[in-house]
Design a binder for this molecule. Structure first.
Ligand code: S6P
Ligand code: ZN
Length: 187
């Protein structure tokens, strides 16, 4: 294939041209927030977009690099901040790099054998997510949280494990500030 370029608008979080834009709404995340009553109340009123991902497709092979830009909107379900679904890569031995572009976030990570980690994001923070670590981003600020992701072409996504077990840590608001706490419901 030939070299190519796209344009990343790092203030807006868009990539032009993008091959695909993933749009995730509250209703796509029904079971993922700890306060199910708050989720039900919010869904009765509306079904807002929680985040979008501008994706550039490359061949799904190990030598290639997927790159995409995610925008998580500000907000909470109950006391839990808007976040991505979170996933292991389908090919678990693949890493990822996240770079913070706008806003404030928290990166939650965990392994299948019970290790957990988190990294606070502001513009310029560049995190390395090693192979075998599941990852979820959370918007802990009042503005949009925008970050770039780069990961191997063959990585794929496994959402099922996180859907079943949840994340070991939650990011919730306490006394007006974000805190990372153990998830009492984690399986
Ligand atoms: C892909 C990479 C990101 C996420 C995106 C949305 O490996 O980690 O592009 O896909 O931030 O998160 P999620 O968990 O819904 O895929
Ligand atoms: Zn990933």
């Amino acid at each position: 294939m030939q070299p190519f370029a796209t344009v990343l608008d790092w203030r807006e979080g868009t990539i032009s041209p993008a091959d695909n834009v993933v749009v995730r709404r509250l209703s796509d995340m029904k079971t993922m927030y700890h306060d199910q009553a708050a989720m039900a109340r919010m869904l009765k009123a509306s079904d807002p977009v929680l985040y979008e991902v501008y994706e550039v497709h490359v061949p799904p092979e190990a030598g290639h690099l997927n790159h995409c830009c995610s925008i998580i909107y500000p907000g909470k379900v109950g006391d839990e901040y808007f976040m991505t679904k979170g996933h292991f890569h389908a090919v678990e031995g693949t890493a990822e790099i996240y770079v913070g572009l706008q806003g404030e976030g928290m990166l939650l990570m965990q392994t299948r054998d019970g290790q957990v980690a988190h990294i606070a994001f502001r513009p310029g923070v560049m995190a390395y997510i090693p192979p075998y670590w599941a990852h979820r981003m959370v918007n802990i600020g009042a503005e949009r949280f925008i970050f770039l992701g780069v990961y191997p072409g063959n990585a794929g996504h496994n959402y099922g494990t996180i859907e079943q077990t949840g994340f070991a840590r939650l990011v919730v608001e306490r006394d007006g500030a974000p805190v990372v706490i153990p998830n009492p419901q984690a399986g």
